[in-house]
Design a protein around this ligand. Structure first.
Ligand code: HEM
Length: 197
């Protein structure tokens, strides 16, 4: 969000309209918070958590589009490439939640990244619904109550968290220096109430 202040502003406008200042978002708001959903989809697409999924071993000879895949071959699905395919997602390096929205709804013609980001087939991630719900609530709650600002690095430039990404089975920014400030007195009160319940 510190890299994309316009996205943050749009998400907060939606939260202000749907949730209002006196409470935190909850799952009742799920179907109303379309832009938050689009932010979640774009986050899962843009910074793929498990870029090469998990390796699978082929248990019998197979053929795919003319390629012979012998029994015993280890296959790594390249989820990162699928979620950065410019045919499905034009300008794939740009964080653009609007790509998922059309006429005030989620656009069914854009491939849903959640059908790829958690793997597929018999070994699809069993934690996907838990993750989807938790991420939705985390994104909505943080953006409802805080403004996220960039920090300035040693060279006087805005720090770009994508410049240091952990490589390996899981990818994520290594450090996420940013500054969080409560959005308002009401927001501060909501955060304090939460810490005492
Ligand atoms: C953003 C969060 C998550 C992402 C992106 C993610 C992604 C994945 C992916 C790509 C796979 C490999 C699927 C395949 O082999 O085709 C996987 C497997 C798995 N995930 Fe997740 N996962 C997430 C969260 C979770 C959570 C919260 C749990 C548990 C509560 C979980 C439990 C598992 C397990 C047990 C497997 C192995 C399934 C099997 O081989 O049968 N994951 N996950």
């Amino acid at each position: 969000m510190s890299l994309y202040p316009d996205v943050q502003r749009k998400a907060q406008e939606e939260l202000d309209r749907v949730v209002g200042p006196n409470r935190l978002p909850d799952f009742e708001d799920y179907h109303e918070l379309l832009y938050i959903k689009a932010v979640l989809l774009e986050a899962m697409r843009w910074m793929v958590v498990v870029p090469l999924s998990l390796p699978h071993r082929v248990i019998r000879d197979d053929e795919y589009k003319g390629y012979i895949i012998p029994e015993g071959t280890i296959v790594n699905p390249n989820i990162w490439a699928m979620l950065h395919d410019p045919e499905d997602y034009p300008e794939p390096e740009r964080f653009n939640p609007d790509r998922f929205l059309k006429d005030g709804k989620l656009n069914p013609d854009v491939r849903n990244p959640l059908t790829l980001a958690f793997g597929f087939g018999r070994r699809v991630c069993p934690g996907r619904h838990l993750s989807d719900g938790s991420l939705f609530m985390m994104i909505a709650s943080v953006l409802h109550t805080f403004d996220i600002h960039p920090v300035i690095d040693e060279d006087g430039k805005e720090y770009d968290p994508t410049s240091e990404v952990i490589t390996g089975l899981i990818s994520a920014p290594e450090r996420i220096p940013c500054r969080l400030t409560p959005r308002s007195k009401n927001a501060e009160e909501l955060i304090r109430q939460l810490s005492t319940t």
